[in-house]
Write a protein that binds this ligand. Structure first.
Ligand code: GLN
Length: 542
């Protein structure tokens, strides 16, 4: 029987519900269970693809080309299981489907209502395709009490009634703030949050309480009494120094034990957590450190580059070093010389991005890395800017630019309108909608033998995830290759450039895809591993 755990949040946002869900999944996985994670997002966007990363954080792309919530990245990194389009849904998507059906006349004259039509669509989404799993963990975005979350809460309440007894668990993540003047952890916000949940018919079974110190026995008792949960089901989720400590700390606090007890399952032995112990050991005891500059555009909100910073940490784990990050707003380099900012750093990374703001600064960063022989990693936009840089400085094409910024006489980077997915030709009109029309998801690429990138992968056939509307223009290939910028990887049909590298440079690689999306703590991505290894070499020189 598939068991459902619904994870809701209360009191405040940003308590790390996604991470909590991912860590719980890792813990159940460590007990040998088959686990699936899904996310319900109450906002009205059809997907987060069109949302600003500075508001909503990174857009995580799945193999099958869905633009999803960044929590799916946590899910993948903690479980190693690839997420798919079917793991994330929003209010916008649900309504879009319902309204499309309504216009087609599929409802045969019925009045379409939130209950039952919207709630049924949510339930159908949640319950679909779960037969092969022991546990399905479903996270509901936002906090209890949000108006837009109501249909989702109602749907999961109904699921609790309709599924067999004992097959559904409601887990509520809350905050116990410490009030210094009282010298106490306060339970009242949690009591109110649970009251809110109960008023819409959901009685939580387990409380996962974020706190910065141990929960005293009295407070635990009080929470049990006022929130109507067992004392043993009040689980402490204490702050930890690194996210990789979360599965182990939940284990210590007894979360897996309590979940199994709720489902009346006997724990068989101990969970196998060695891989988490190993990672934690490496993260906490590095043998050295390197500092990487990230020259980007959304540096104000670190969540905008979530997978990227995680992948850099993984590169550090692979090389046994701590990776320090120096965040630099690319626009700064449009006014000032990059040298004082970048001198003494061990690697420069220009990540993905959209739009003209900061582009010239990124081009200057690429130039600095190329001229000074500093390891450079250009991801998507970061590759495009490196190619423009090479065209301007090495090939003398002074007007080289991207059509993303407007018309240009030298479209070294241009709009992508046709590409192959396997044997299928995919097309996009220049004036198409912005949502969901990019080249999205996993595509194969072929790397040329003997290139640095092929050496990094130890392979010449790879598959990586994409999210871009523009591409480097193959018409410039010959003249750029003549100047030492090698087009080291292409799509299997040879038509689209996928990777570039400067010959004779210690480590200068640009990739049109997003390798950070596939890195895992136990399986660091080869490019991040290689980039950090090159940064270590660089640190020996400076
Ligand atoms: N803006 C660029 C494009 O659409 C790069 C996108 C990205 O970096 N993900 O092609």
């Amino acid at each position: 029987m598939t068991r459902y755990v619904f994870i809701t949040g209360g009191v405040v946002s940003s308590l790390g519900k996604g991470l909590a869900s991912a860590a719980l999944a890792a813990l159940l996985q460590a007990r040998g269970y088959r686990v699936r994670l899904r996310k319900l997002d109450p906002y009205l966007n059809v997907d987060p693809g069109t949302m600003s990363p500075t508001q909503h954080g990174e857009v995580f792309v799945t193999d099958d080309g869905a633009e999803t919530d960044l929590d799916l990245g946590h899910y993948e990194r903690f479980t190693g299981l690839p997420a798919s389009r079917a793991d994330n849904v929003t209010t916008g998507r649900i309504y879009l489907d319902i309204i499309t059906k309504e216009r087609r006349g599929d409802y045969l004259g019925a009045t379409i209502q939130v209950i039952p039509h919207v709630t049924n669509a949510i339930k159908a989404f949640v319950l679909d395709g779960n037969d092969d799993y022991d546990f399905v963990l479903v996270e509901i975005g936002g906090t209890v009490g949000d108006i837009e979350g109501l249909p989702f809460f109602e749907a999961i309440r109904q699921i609790g009634q309709e599924r067999p007894r004992g097959s559904v668990c409601y887990l509520h993540l809350t905050l116990l703030p410490y009030i210094p003047s009282a010298g106490e952890l306060k339970t009242k916000p949690t009591q109110h949050s649970v009251k809110e949940l109960r008023s819409i018919g959901i009685q939580p079974d387990i409380l996962l309480c974020r706190c910065d110190r141990p929960i005293p026995v009295d407070e635990r008792r009080k929470l049990g009494l006022f929130c109507n949960v067992r004392e043993s089901a009040v689980i402490e989720a204490r702050d930890v120094d690194t996210i990789y400590a979360v599965p182990l700390s939940y284990r210590e606090a007894g979360l897996d034990r309590e979940i199994l007890a709720h489902f009346q399952m006997e724990p068989e032995g101990e969970p196998k957590l060695e891989r988490w112990q190993n990672i934690l050991e490496r993260v906490r005891n590095p043998e050295g450190e390197v500092t990487i500059a990230i020259v980007g555009k959304y540096t104000g909100l670190k969540d905008a580059y979530k997978s990227l910073t995680e992948a850099l940490t993984h590169g550090g784990i692979a090389n046994n070093v701590r990776v320090n990050l120096e965040w630099i707003e690319a626009e700064v380099f449009e006014r000032e010389d990059p040298a004082p900012f970048l001198e003494g750093l061990h690697g420069i990374l220009v990540p993905g991005g959209f739009g003209q703001r900061g582009a010239e600064g990124k081009i200057r960063a690429a130039r600095y890395a190329r001229e000074r022989n500093i390891p450079y990693f250009g991801i998507c936009f970061g590759m495009q800017m490196a190619v423009i840089e090479a065209a301007r400085s090495l090939a003398g094409i002074t007007d080289a630019n991207s059509t993303e910024f407007g018309e240009t006489r030298e479209p070294v980077v241009g709009l992508l309108t046709e590409w192959m997915r396997g044997n299928e030709l995919e097309r996009r009109a220049a004036e198409s909608d912005l949502g969901g029309t990019m080249r999205l998801g996993a595509y194969k690429a072929t790397l040329a033998e003997g290139t640095k990138i092929a050496q990094m992968y130890g392979d010449t056939e790879i598959s990586e995830r994409h999210r871009h509307r523009y591409e480097v223009n193959m018409a410039y290939r010959e003249c750029l290759e003549a100047k030492g910028l090698r087009f080291s990887g292409t799509s299997p049909d040879g038509l689209l450039p996928e990777t570039v590298e400067h010959e004779g440079h210690p480590w200068f690689i640009g990739v049109q895809f997003h390798p950070e999306l596939k890195s895992r703590p136990f399986e660091p991505h080869p490019l991040f591993k290689g980039f950090i290894a090159a940064a270590i070499e660089q640190s020996r020189l400076v």
